[in-house]
Design a protein around this ligand. Structure first.
Ligand code: HEC
Length: 363
């Protein structure tokens, strides 16, 4: 049922182009050129990747190439636990990837989140962060020495020159690198990537399609590509990593994300509160707004990030939430009406004693 197979083709073409993006010119200046045939058996092997010493959240000393990457299919990103806006989104998206990959994570796909603020991110801090978010086995958080990690980022091509001093960490380059060290296929992905696409890339494409697609996950399940409103676009790219509309709590509890489901939210909360919360949740929380404080306690202390939306985006996304709720209500109404009609038809064809039985509560 791989209806949108041509996507694979496009992805592959894109990936071929990305090798060039790995490692900046700058890194090449500072690293001695590899000896030509030293690792002829390995594409992008030990002669390319640094063997950076790192410490895992549970205090193990590891080496980047030997222990994390060699012979594996991996996804690597750079985060810091104090990050107010962008990293929580990235972490939330990877939580989806974790959920979709299931027990393959840690077996044939490995995720690494490496801190770019190692002075602050001790193994204990990382452990607490992982616990708060519900990070499971196969996804390892690491820290190390600042200079080493900087060098590693440059080598992986995920360091931006305009980051400047430490205070500007917020602008840190938001790319994730995924690859298969054995085949030498590497590509950069945006953390805003649809998690279904990331999972297909990590779980299938990087395994040369030798592995079957992750059960039940398919491009056919990915949201359809069609003309979307600005509000829907904002929701998909900025909110959907952490929120569902109608799915999470109502229809499909196992699809629950890190934030609350937003079904009917425009009716449940005052408009002014919603506008302000979506625009600057950090400020609302700082003022100890009672609703915000209660919500944050309910959601494991995970704080909704300030996504720096424009006032127009805030209005548009609220409109989208309202429309999505209306659509869902209509769908549910239709479904109930159809079920009711089916029951009525069934009753009409049955003996009177059955027809008079109380209606079943199970759908
Ligand atoms: C990194 C995860 C994350 C992202 C991204 C995110 N949120 Fe949230 N959101 C949360 C969490 C967690 C809460 C619960 C309150 C808290 O803990 O801060 C929340 C709460 C909310 C609430 C209040 C729900 C209620 O019951 O009153 C609204 C509304 C909301 N978010 C809208 C949005 C919108 C719109 C976007 C996108 C523009 C967005 N959020 C992006 C995590 C996120």
């Amino acid at each position: 049922m791989r209806l949108r197979a041509p996507l694979y083709v496009r992805t592959a073409a894109l990936a071929l182009a990305t090798l060039a993006g790995l490692g900046s010119a700058r890194a090449a200046e500072t690293t001695p050129a590899p000896k030509p045939h030293e690792h002829a058996d390995e594409i992008w092997g030990a002669d390319y990747f640094p063997n950076t010493p790192l410490t895992t959240f549970d205090g193990r000393e590891v080496r980047f190439f030997d222990d994390l990457v060699r012979g594996k299919v991996v996804g690597i990103n750079f985060i810091y636990t104090n990050c107010p806006d962008a990293c929580p989104m990235e972490t939330a998206r990877l939580l989806e990837v974790q959920r979709l990959l299931g027990d393959r994570l840690g077996k044939d796909v490995f995720l690494y989140s490496i801190s770019i603020d190692p002075d602050n991110d001790t193994p204990e801090t990382l452990t607490a962060y992982m616990k708060k978010w519900g990070v499971g086995p196969g996804w390892t958080f690491l820290t190390g020495k600042s200079a080493d990690i900087l060098e590693l980022r440059k080598r992986l091509g995920v360091y931006s020159d305009n980051e400047g001093e430490a205070g500007k960490k917020r602008d840190h380059n938001l790319s994730m690198v995924i690859g298969n060290q054995t085949t030498g296929r590497w590509m950069k992905r945006s953390p805003y990537e649809n998690p279904y696409v990331l999972v297909t890339q990590l779980g299938s494409w990087l395994h040369n399609w030798k592995r079957p697609p992750v059960a039940g996950q398919d491009y056919a399940d990915a949201p359809e590509i069609r003309k979307v409103s600005n509000g829907e676009d904002v929701f998909r790219t900025r909110c959907a990593a952490c929120h569902t509309v109608g799915l999470g709590d109502v229809l499909e509890p196992e699809a629950r994300r890190v934030g609350p489901d937003l079904y009917n939210i425009t009716k449940l909360r005052p408009r002014a509160w919603l506008e302000r919360w979506i625009a600057e949740p950090d400020a609302v929380l700082a003022e100890k707004d009672p609703l915000a404080t209660a919500l944050m306690q309910r959601y494991m202390g995970v704080q909704m990030p300030n996504l720096r939306l424009t006032p127009v985006d805030v209005q548009d996304v609220l409109q989208y939430l309202e429309d999505a709720t209306t659509r869902l209500n209509q769908d549910l109404d239709q479904r109930f009406a159809a079920e009711k009609a089916a029951r009525k038809a069934a009753r009409a064809g049955r003996p009177a004693s059955v027809a008079s039985a109380p209606p079943s509560t199970t759908p």
